[in-house]
Write a protein that binds this ligand. Structure first.
Ligand code: GUN
Ligand code: ZN
Length: 441
């Protein structure tokens, strides 16, 4: 079979390191007139067009995106594909919202045909928004996991997902048991982890919907499969935290529940962490447990303000990625998510600059998931997942970006004003998987 080869030309932006912790001049790479060459799904060269043009493979014509910004594909470190249908559900904070909307919608995923249709819509939305990798919850039903991974396999996307584990405090139709949850998860993990570009995430919903026996079983599965991810929620809402204390009186706090059952560690991504204490943050740092910061969701559900500067404190920095948390989140766009992250940070008087915001949406997310050797960067050897952003996507954006004076300012304007219209194209494994101007709407 002939090798897959492609090349694109435009402004390249990516990260070599974490700009919260190292000199941004070292961490941040910007190539004004750049060329990216891809072969067999991998980046083989990234740098200055003039220097690299001779290496363009014979027969390959680079796609030129003048003035556009090409970054690694966005990484959504926390999303629920099964909640795509209930975005913008009015009037409730977390627990009421789960009972009124979420637990109703998730029951529909018992129907494999419904799940397949939702999985296709979900992947379309990710790509329309420049997101090439996500860590997503499925429903309790194994068929909801199969539906998603069948779709991502067809599209060759790097996707992490898992069957939600829930054996109490939810409608009967949504409950598994400690034993069936373990067995179903194990079978799905063995079927999908490492199949195509798929990764399995062991997914207890959150401490209140799992018995100690189920959390114990999740810990066993994690020990048996240390390469799989672990995905759950923590300390999102103050009422939720009190509930966890009453359900687990022997534990020191919410995080300690997960710690006790062996669920923390590299590859564990906990969504929200809005109300983590200083000692809980220290424990996350010590164990290499990551947090998915989901600002649109935290604002929508009135959960609270996540302090990204505390999380990235250089004395004990956490791995942090950005999450949309659809359906509590309000946009699939990681640009919109950066915009809200900026505003949330401003509320605690911390100006989250554009370099840090784009890092969180790309390499930061990959580091949170422990897959930064594969995605989140344009460095040669990485998988060629990238997004092409159009600074002239709308009349107002064109007017505003015309007067930007630095790449940092341009990225800031794209983050604050950008959305799906800003995504000119999305590439998966070196191939164009979304083209804004030819896509059917
Ligand atoms: N905590 C437990 N389940 C959920 C969920 O589906 N969404 C959010 N935002 N928080 C949760
Ligand atoms: Zn969530």
């Amino acid at each position: 079979m002939p090798a897959q080869r492609s090349a694109v030309r435009g402004q390249l932006v990516w990260f070599r390191d974490d700009p919260f912790l190292t000199d941004p001049g070292h961490a941040f790479v910007h190539v004004d007139d750049g060329l990216l060459i891809c072969e067999d799904g991998l980046v083989t060269a990234a740098g200055d067009y003039g220097e690299l043009r001779e290496r363009i493979p014979a027969g390959v014509e680079p796609v030129h995106y003048p003035e556009h910004v090409i970054t690694p594909g966005f990484i959504d470190t926390h999303v629920h594909y099964v909640q795509t249908g209930i975005i913008a559900a009015f009037g409730s904070q977390l627990i009421d919202w789960l009972n009124h909307y979420t637990f109703v919608e998730e029951q529909r995923f018992a129907d494999a045909a419904y799940a397949r249709e939702a999985a296709a819509v979900f992947c379309d939305e990710l790509l329309r928004n420049g997101t090439t990798t996500a860590l997503t919850f499925c429903a309790v039903y194994p068929q909801s996991v199969d539906a998603l991974f069948e779709e991502t396999t067809r599209r060759n996307m790097r996707m992490a997902a898992g069957k939600v584990l829930m054996d109490r405090n939810a409608p009967d139709a949504l409950l598994d048991t400690a034993r069936t949850g373990y067995e179903d998860s194990k079978a799905l993990l063995e079927r999908w982890h490492g199949t195509g570009r798929n990764l399995y995430a062991i997914t207890p919903r959150f401490a209140p919907t799992s018995t100690p026996e189920q959390l114990e079983a999740a810990g066993t599965l994690r020990r048996e499969h240390p390469g799989a991810l672990l995905h759950t929620h923590v300390s999102e809402n103050t009422g939720e935290i009190s509930w966890v204390r009453s359900l687990f009186p022997d534990r020191r706090g919410y995080l300690d529940v997960y710690d006790h059952y062996g669920l923390l560690g590299p590859g564990a991504v906990l969504a929200h962490g809005v109300h983590l204490t200083a000692s809980e943050r220290a424990r996350c740092a010590e164990t290499d447990t990551a947090i998915a910061h989901c600002p649109t969701s935290n604002l929508f559900l009135g959960s609270g303000l996540f302090h990204v500067h505390d999380a990235k404190d250089p004395r004990r920095p956490l791995r942090v990625g950005l999450g949309t948390d659809i359906g509590a989140g309000t946009s699939f766009s990681l640009l919109a998510t950066m915009n809200e992250a900026y505003k949330v940070a401003e509320l605690s008087n911390y100006p989250l600059d554009s370099v840090k915001a784009f890092y969180l949406a790309t390499l930061g997310g990959a580091q949170a998931m422990g897959i930064d050797d594969r995605v989140g960067s344009l460095e040669p050897g990485h998988e060629a997942d990238f997004v092409v952003l159009d600074p002239r996507a709308t009349p107002l954006l064109a007017r505003r970006t015309a007067r930007t004076e630095s790449i940092e300012e341009l990225l800031f304007v794209l983050a604050v004003m950008g959305d799906d219209r800003t995504v000119r194209a999305t590439y998966v494994a070196g191939e164009r998987a979304h083209d804004r101007d030819t896509a059917a709407v």
